[in-house]
Design a protein around this ligand. Structure first.
Ligand SMILES: [Fe+2]
Ligand SMILES: [Fe+2]
Length: 249
């Protein structure tokens, strides 16, 4: 797959999707960006130091790659539900709503990222993250969605860390709004994907068995930005411990 230097995955091409399915997707309203996409570029990074800017750019490479990947996952799942014999219009619409929220996250993070430093180090992080997200896929959707719910929980934890206590985004008016928006959406995604996992028949013992290896892999990926997270005021060691120790439900 050809990749742009700043993208891990291309934007989805919906042209090949059947008309009836596309109509359902198109009927799901676009999420409100609350004006965040129109914040002038000169105000977007206000309150951020140069050192924190480089660290944020590193962290964004991993997060953006996840958003780009998630857009495909949720559109595909919506299409898959739509193409199945039985009708689950509500589940299908939820998948498209999440796909559209992920698209908004991608747009927000791309805007911020384009104002931040980007060199070979950031590119290498993107390359490694892309490999992680490709390996996240599982042939059985219930496992794939369980992994995504774990990942989204971690995104919530990172955003929360950036916004509270020593988190360096707390003092940036625009960035803190973007981070809070993504955190709140991801909390909703965790609830929706957990419901989807149960709908798809994943048992508690299967979830318990899957939790440890996927969390270990998430921490491995995030350890590439250990120093960057510390610079951003998020204690990476503490964060990793909390990710691994979370209760599975
Ligand atoms: Fe997202
Ligand atoms: Fe998400």
């Amino acid at each position: 797959m050809a990749t742009n230097i700043r993208r891990c995955f291309p934007k989805p091409n919906r042209a090949a999707v059947s008309e009836s399915i596309r109509r359902v997707a198109d009927s799901v309203p676009e999420p409100d960006d609350h004006g965040l996409l129109s914040v002038p570029s000169c105000d977007l990074l206000s309150g951020l130091t140069e050192e924190a800017g480089d660290a944020l750019s590193q962290t964004i490479q991993l997060l953006s790659c996840g958003e780009e990947s998630a857009i495909h996952v949720f559109y595909n799942e919506g299409d898959r539900i739509g193409a199945s014999q039985s009708s689950f219009l509500q589940s299908q619409a939820i998948m498209y709503r999440i796909a559209k929220e992920e698209t908004l996250h991608d747009l927000m993070l791309t805007r911020v990222s384009e104002l931040l430093p980007y060199d070979e180090r950031h590119h290498e992080l993107r390359r490694r993250a892309r490999h992680f997200y490709l390996r996240l896929a599982h042939p059985e959707p219930k496992y794939h969605f369980f992994r995504i719910s774990e990942l989204d929980s971690v995104v919530c934890m990172i955003m929360h860390g950036l916004l509270t206590g020593t988190g360096k985004l707390a003092t940036s008016p625009a960035l803190s709004k973007i981070a809070a928006h993504i955190r709140d959406d991801e909390a909703g995604h965790v609830r929706a994907t957990r419901e989807r996992v149960v709908e798809l028949g994943m048992t508690l013992s299967e979830r318990l068995e899957e939790a440890e290896p996927i969390r270990t892999r998430i921490v491995e990926m995030l350890s590439d930005t250990h120093e960057a997270l510390d610079t951003l005021g998020v204690d990476a060691d503490q964060l990793f411990k909390r990710i691994l120790a979370r209760k599975t439900s």
